[in-house]
Design a protein around this ligand. Structure first.
Ligand SMILES: *Cc1c(COP(=O)(O)O)cnc(C)c1O
Length: 415
């Protein structure tokens, strides 16, 4: 394997996405090679010994490292501007590994409450069984962060924009408070993607991704990544943890993700243009009680969102009005009337996907917990895909008409 000789420091993201981290085998292939192998052979017993005692740096087992997976890791590190990256089998493996490598029994973990469902489960249910003191707070409230981080803390975990209500958290402010409390800050940057938001530049210590979302972006495979700059933590905590607990990314999935990265810049532009067009159209139409898109001036945290992100993202969230049963019925009427957009709990796909968080991704929570997060019976989350914006708007319009007709029948007046 030889490293791409052309890789230059200072390459812009679109170039790094296509070429960063590429290594070529002796066959000089154009496309990144897929090394679908679990193990590696040694020409002699002495060579095996040197590989294991660390004299030779080489591949020994794909739970530790694999050439295709390494190309994905190197490309991700270059894109994020991070010194180190390890790929994982899923986003949740990346989230759990990064938190686990900062925590031990008796430690305190502070997290924003508005998290992806499984992240909330890890923080709230799994880590406490290992003796971690997990504290959830409202991530949009600076006073809550100041209060929670006024005592020694080992790790802080947050997601911004959050799923599904698109809360924005001031990463720089939280990083400063976290470091003052002795904590390391882990940022789940899935909703923004590596292209729209740079958590390291705002003080994050670790950035995690579900590569399943925008990085694959075509609904094909699961994957994750942990990025960091602290060499000691990366080499002494994270690598041994991943090696021995085993959430290794399949070489095949790494290859799909490398292909996904090649088009990420193009796709994110189209996703965000479409999302903004849809948000503007829906806001002008005014059918929904609440329309959330960080790229709209009407978003209560628009200024902060635009300070931290280069665009509003790929997700639009909105509510149908009415008492709980009629709001839910209107949301269902909308979802069931969609002709192009699919009903799915996934996001960041080329295909536009709509979900009803209260009964799917957030059904595990109680009514009160959902209310605290702002998730209502009429809430719909739309992951905006790559289809033509006019076609999507027409689909949304006819589905909104269906929801509106139902609510008018029920005697509910729209604003
Ligand atoms: C999907 C997602 C995850 C988990 O990733 P998987 O690849 O499904 O394991 C974590 N955080 C956020 C914000 C996500 O959207």
């Amino acid at each position: 394997m030889t490293k791409d000789e052309h890789a230059q420091p200072g390459w812009k993201p679109a170039t790094l996405l296509v070429r960063g981290g590429t290594q070529r085998s002796s066959f000089d292939e154009t496309c990144e090679a897929l090394f679908m192998t679990s193990g590696y052979v040694y020409r002699s017993a002495e060579e095996a010994e040197r590989a294991f005692n660390g004299t030779d740096q080489r591949f020994v087992y794909s739970r530790f490292a694999n050439p295709t997976v390494q190309m994905f890791e190197d490309r991700m590190a270059l894109l994020e501007g991070a010194a180190f990256c390890k790929a994982t089998a899923s986003g949740m493996a990346a989230v759990f590994a990064s938190m686990a490598c900062f925590l031990k029994a008796g430690d305190r973990l502070v997290a924003s409450r508005a998290l992806f469902g499984s992240c909330q489960y890890v923080v709230g249910e799994i880590l406490p069984t290992f003796g971690i003191n997990s504290v959830f707070i409202d991530g949009t409230d600076p006073a809550a962060w100041r209060d929670a981080l006024s005592q020694p803390t080992a790790c802080v975990f947050l997601e911004t924009p959050s799923n599904p209500m698109l809360d924005i958290i001031d990463v720089g402010e939280v990083a400063a408070l976290a470091h003052a409390a002795g904590a390391r800050l882990v940022v789940d940057n899935v909703f923004a993607s590596p292209l729209l938001q740079k958590p390291f530049s705002m003080g994050a210590d670790v950035v995690v991704y579900s590569a399943t979302k925008h990085i694959d972006g075509q609904g094909r495979c699961l994957g994750g990544a942990v990025l960091a700059n602290d060499q000691a933590w990366f080499e002494e905590r994270l690598i041994p943890f991943l090696r021995h607990t085993g959430p290794a990314l399949s070489p095949f999935n790494a290859w799909l993700l490398l292909k996904g990265l090649e088009t990420l810049d193009l796709r994110m532009r189209r996703h965000t243009e479409n999302a903004l067009a849809i948000a503007r159209h829906m806001e002008a139409r005014g059918t929904c009680e609440r329309l959330l898109y960080p790229g709209l001036a009407s978003h209560s945290q628009h200024a902060l969102a635009m300070q931290q992100m280069t665009a509003g993202g790929t997700i639009v969230t909105f509510d149908f009005p009415g008492d709980p049963p009629s709001a839910k019925a209107a949301a269902y009427a909308f979802l069931n009337a969609l002709r192009i957009i699919d009903i799915s709990n996934n996001l960041g796909d080329a295909k536009s996907l709509a979900t009803h968080p209260a009964t799917t991704t957030h059904q595990r929570l109680t009514d009160e917990e959902r209310a605290t997060l702002g998730i209502k019976p009429g809430t719909v989350r739309l992951s905006v895909g790559l289809e033509d914006a006019e076609d999507l708007i027409a689909d949304i319009d006819q589905a909104l008409d269906a929801a509106q007709a139902l609510s008018l029948d029920a005697g509910f007046c729209y604003p």
